[in-house]
Design a protein around this ligand. Structure first.
Ligand code: CTP
Ligand code: CA
Length: 229
């Protein structure tokens, strides 16, 4: 039985975090992406490392980086790259937090020469679904692993978040509401609600992403320790 360390409650644990956007290329100069900066996920990776965990951060394209010691960052570009990197570290992780804003669709055909402007006034882009990393890996997660997802919504957020919590086989979902001012993409602050599989609901006030990350880590630590006793 390991000695409980109040400063490093996650010492000896391995964690996997996904963060940032993905970029899905169309041709050598263009891609489809979103406004994610990776800030929230990076703050979670740092907070997990500060709590003593050994962290692998699978990070989509962003100019930001993790700063805590104990975070090993793997930079990826596409949803397919992110899937492969996450899958490689999934089975050995005690804690998994998927905070990435993964593109849901990618161009069906990627061409190796720049697409030229045509004569017509319209151009139709054909897209195909990317793999849902969280759902795919969550469906075969190892016993005892704590699995956390995010839910970004603009409407019906609670209903959608609870649906994702159950459909993706999660222990905890962090609901982000884009309606709140000061919350979400590119802000340093965020307003989230945590929904546990056990029915726990915790609505947090608007605070810095670093503080939000600490609250999320506290919830995760609670789940980890409840399983050990
Ligand atoms: N996610 C993922 N792989 C994807 C899409 C989403 O791992 N291809 C993860 C995200 O990292 C997040 C959770 O699934 O933790 C929910 O993402 P979100 O975009 O809110 O939900 P979706 O399931 O993609 O559904 P929709 O975008 O239609 O709301
Ligand atoms: Ca999505």
């Amino acid at each position: 039985h390991e000695h409980f360390n109040a400063n490093k409650p996650l010492k000896g644990k391995k964690a996997l975090v996904t963060a940032g956007p993905t970029q899905e290329p169309l041709d050598p100069v263009r891609f489809i992406s979103n406004h994610s900066s990776g800030k929230m996920g990076i703050a979670i990776a740092d907070a997990l490392a500060n709590a003593g965990a050994e962290v692998t951060l699978v990070l989509g394209p962003t100019h930001l980086s993790a700063t805590a010691q104990g975070v090993n960052t793997l930079r990826v570009v596409t949803a397919a790259d992110m899937f492969n990197s996450a899958e490689a570290h999934f089975n050995t992780a005690d804690i998994v937090v998927m905070a990435a804003a993964v593109a849901d669709y990618r161009p069906r055909n990627v061409v190796d020469k720049k697409i030229k402007k045509g004569e017509g006034e319209e151009m139709v882009l054909e897209l195909e679904k990317t793999k849902d990393i969280l759902r795919t890996l969550g469906s075969k997660r190892p016993e005892g692993q704590v699995l956390v997802g995010f839910s970004l919504e603009t409407n019906n957020e609670k209903e959608y978040a609870l649906k994702k919590l159950h459909e993706k086989n999660l222990d905890l979902i962090v609901m982000n509401s884009l309606n709140d001012t000061g919350a979400g993409f590119n802000y340093d602050t965020n307003k989230v609600t945590l929904f546990g599989r056990n029915g726990d609901v915790k609505e947090l006030p608007l605070k810095s992403k670093t503080e939000v990350a600490k609250d999320i880590i506290a919830a995760i630590t609670g789940i980890v320790h409840s399983r050990e006793t």
